[in-house]
Write a protein that binds this ligand. Sequence first.
Ligand code: MGD
Ligand code: MGD
Ligand code: SF4
Ligand code: MO
Length: 753
Amino acid sequence: MTAGSSPHFRTCPLCEATCGLQVEVADGVVTRIRGDLDDVFSKGYLCPKGSTLKALHDDPDRIRTPLHKVDGEFRPISWSEALALLDERLRPIVVEHGPDSVGVYSGNPWSHNYETIIYTSMLYGAVGKNRFAAATVDQRPREIVSSVHFGVRTAFPVPDIDRTDLLVLLGSDPIESNGSLATAPDWPGRMAAIRERGGRVIVIDPRRSKTADVADEHIPLVPGTDAALLAGVANVLFADGLVAPGATGEHVDGLAEAAAALAPFTPESVAPWCGVAASRIRSLAHEIAAAPSAAVHGRLGTCLQDLATLSAWLLDVVNIATGNLDRPGGVMFARPAALGLNTSGRPGVGAGSDYGLVRSRVRDLPGAFQQLPAVCMAEEIETPGEGQVRALITIAGNPVLSVPDGARLARALDSLDFIVAVDIYLNETTRHADLILPAPSALQRSHYDVAYYQFSVRNIANYSPPILPLAADEVPEWRTLLAITGILQGQGRDVDVDAMDDGLAALFAQVAVADEHGPVHGRGAGELLDALHPLRGPERILDLALRTGPYGDAFGTRPGGLSLALLRDHPHGIDLGALVPRIPEMLRTPTGRIDLATPAFVGDLDRLRQRLTEPHPPLVLIGRRHLRSNNSWQHNITTLVKGKERCTLLVHPDDAARRGLLNGNRAVVTSAVASLVVPVEVTDRMLPGVVSLPHGWGHDLPGTALTVASAHAGVNANLLAGTDAVDPLSGNPHLNGVPVELTPAPPSEEEQP
Ligand SMILES: Nc1nc2c(c(=O)[nH]1)N[C@H]1C(S)=C(S)[C@@H](COP(=O)(O)OP(=O)(O)OC[C@H]3O[C@@H](n4cnc5c(=O)[nH]c(N)nc54)[C@H](O)[C@@H]3O)O[C@H]1N2
Ligand SMILES: Nc1nc2c(c(=O)[nH]1)N[C@H]1C(S)=C(S)[C@@H](COP(=O)(O)OP(=O)(O)OC[C@H]3O[C@@H](n4cnc5c(=O)[nH]c(N)nc54)[C@H](O)[C@@H]3O)O[C@H]1N2
Ligand code: SF4
Ligand SMILES: [Mo]
């Protein structure tokens, strides 16, 4: 620490790992950011992105005032002008064309911010069904299966990596990504610890990733074939009498039906299609069954594919059949301290899933959790008729780079009557907006990881107060979301945000006192609200949620329990312990049971059977992540993008040789939708027939203000993908396995002699 500076402690909001940061501030300026050695969860670990919160805050391209597009040019306007504009332009659309005419797209940073999570709930009530989210180009298949099997979307079976004897990772690269749907700081250290205590790690991935490098074994497979491999594993478990569901089994129905349905999928029948030897599939099943504990975890690679929902169903079948669901060292459920979806109400039973109750208008794809698949966005904007999207609200999202066929989406966006983007940059998506409303930087807001503690490998509660103040003309993001909501509801430009906030807090308090199984049942909502005084905004809701949550002080009746005040006294967080078995208490299915024979999932084995007869395309494209990147938006930070070019196409030497390509050459990648020119990196890390290009690049579009990123533009991999190739059960796009062709690029102008 430098003289005169004071340390502040803060959870990093950039990825799922929730590392603790120590931020030093002198004279109102951040001087240094490093890992917080005393953080109860991360114990000093951080990645290169964590220390860039200062650079993000200071980035001159970060938007600090509302921007209004007039004649194609963005001009700064005041907040009151911005609200007047919303009233003039957005409100009439909803009045004239109804709630479905206003779409919403929320992106990944939305989920790392409790302000956006809490306050979008009100916005959702002010629009119709055209609510889209980055989750539908991500974990949606897993959420659907969780909601059907366990009753809520966030009931993700979390690999208990700190205690497991065998970790099997499919389609996940936590050494680069720092983990996903398994919140844990320091994956490198935690994975090394598995091996140090005599456990094993197996990575199943078409690419020999950095995670594969630190594993005991890498099993390459053909992209999109995880469901077949898992079906083969499950088949062996049933056929060889390895099924032992243990205590969880008492709450499971449908194992016999699953066994019968999987009987045809012998390892021999799936092996040629997966590109994995039948003997290895067979022995893998035996290893999982024999391990004292095993955690089979499938992530993004298994989600962005044609059979993604089936893969998630099979993951549950394998973990349940081997007794690994809900036992230490297997896959378990977190018990979050605040706003958990299965920590209140009647234990063991609930309303179940809304999966498929709402469907998209044009393509009839299933919605879930009040959202529709983002692959439908372009067609819902383009197709005239009742329910057509005419205006869009984006919140922390960059769909032009994130969803398939961003070129089509960009054209569709230009046809809208009005777009308001709540964002921090003028980028590939927000350049299409009529109005951009800036969010303050992460260092200017408080933080509690409402989302990621729902699937954390330990139960943790950690609150971070804001570190830097807001300038006089800056507005917290939650107030912006409330203002948009109120204006949509007809409150006009003088929308009373404080009254809306009071209303939301009162609603939360009423729900808490009405919960017969909750700790404040029967007390007065007013009493709770008085006790929360003078808190407002997200802190008030958080305090209420913590105090009425599973570890809460229940407003006095459980002394020593959690409250915001207690968390303020523990700036390094509170460790609530390792995961504990939660079945059946955590279930929220209508029957109070886990049904593995849900017809929609079991029935999808027919599609798998069909796929097994179809040849693979000669060359397919998959994605990848890099430690120094974060989806599409941290490319404007020099320390993160400097050095070797990141947006390269990885090509196996055989595939390169066949096409006359050398390392460093430029190649044309062509799909059914588009062609891109990319630099080639020849590497035996790829399975032959598979090439890899990261997503989130393509920063050379006109009209953006990304000085650093545009100098490291790369290409938008998602231009190559069409919106039609989806997993029909979830609407998730099939981005891992896009058929492509590859040819040498003609010499560029500079290269010509
Ligand atoms: N081909 C391919 N495509 C993919 C993937 C892949 O692996 N391959 N991955 C998919 C996945 S997993 C995801 S999650 C999506 C991500 O898809 P998106 O969420 O659409 O994309 P991001 O790049 O995360 O965009 C984040 C946006 O939030 C803004 N932002 C950052 N911080 C804040 C803030 O505090 N407040 C506000 N209001 N805005 C902020 C940024 O400027 C940026 O515009 O992409 C998906 N697309
Ligand atoms: N540094 C960094 N960290 C991040 C992000 C980032 O952009 N950069 N993004 C964050 C987000 S939004 C998310 S969702 C998480 C994702 O985190 P992870 O789930 O770990 O995802 P990826 O790192 O994309 O790894 C996916 C792996 O799947 C492999 N794969 C591709 N196709 C298939 C297939 O068909 N089957 C199998 N078995 N494997 C396949 C790829 O080669 C890749 O190694 O990371 C988060 N963390
Ligand atoms: S691993 Fe994730 S949470 Fe940790 S410092 Fe890096 S970006 Fe932040
Ligand atoms: Mo994601």
